[in-house]
Design a protein. Structure first.
Length: 187
């Protein structure tokens, strides 16, 4: 389960615009991680040479990846538990032409409430897995909603990022006496 889902939800409610701006622009404090994740995912999906895929984007935020995938011709469902993030996504969705708008939908829900009635060709979880104490949880959810032979595209934690994120993982690096080496590598 989530580390503290209420705390995480509140963070993304309060910092939605700052977070997405910093994640998708060159001047952002988080490198533009979001921009590069979206670039890598769209390149990979293009390499599959398949059209009209049904894609689920877990923790979609303001929909940056969802929009790119929909523009490529895929049907995308983005889910997030942050109402503020999804309001930003819907505002951007309204600016698109109708054919792309029809291929995107956003759903306000925690992933624990995600049913298994709909099946997807691809499930993405970009920067999402780090909010769970047990990675198995997110893999089980992807398995539940993926079609047989489907793809799960996930960006995993990086131990160097653990040092910058100041989370329970940072504390673990300190406790394991590996923090100093990681800080040196960052420098």
């Amino acid at each position: 389960m989530a580390i503290n889902s209420k705390k995480i939800k509140r963070y993304f409610e309060d910092n939605a615009l700052l977070w997405v701006t910093d994640g998708y622009t060159e001047g952002g404090y988080n490198y533009p991680v979001g921009f590069h994740r979206a670039r890598i995912v769209t390149e990979y999906v293009s390499s599959l040479h398949k059209r009209n895929l049904k894609i689920l984007d877990l923790g979609c935020g303001r929909g940056d990846l969802a929009f790119l995938l929909a523009k490529m011709g895929h049907e995308v469902t983005g889910i997030d538990q942050s109402k503020t993030m999804l309001e930003l996504a819907e505002k951007r969705r309204e600016e698109l032409n109708k054919s792309i708008q029809k291929r995107i939908r956003f759903v306000l829900t925690p992933i624990k409430d995600l049913g298994d009635e709909e099946k997807y060709d691809i499930v993405t979880a970009m920067g999402f897995i780090g909010y769970f104490k047990d990675d198995k949880y997110i893999f089980d959810i992807a398995k539940k909603v993926l079609k047989p032979g489907g793809y799960f595209i996930v960006s995993c934690r990086n131990r160097l990022f653990n040092m910058r994120s100041i989370s329970f993982r940072t504390k673990n690096e300190v406790k394991d006496k590996t923090a100093a080496k990681l800080i040196s590598e960052i420098e």
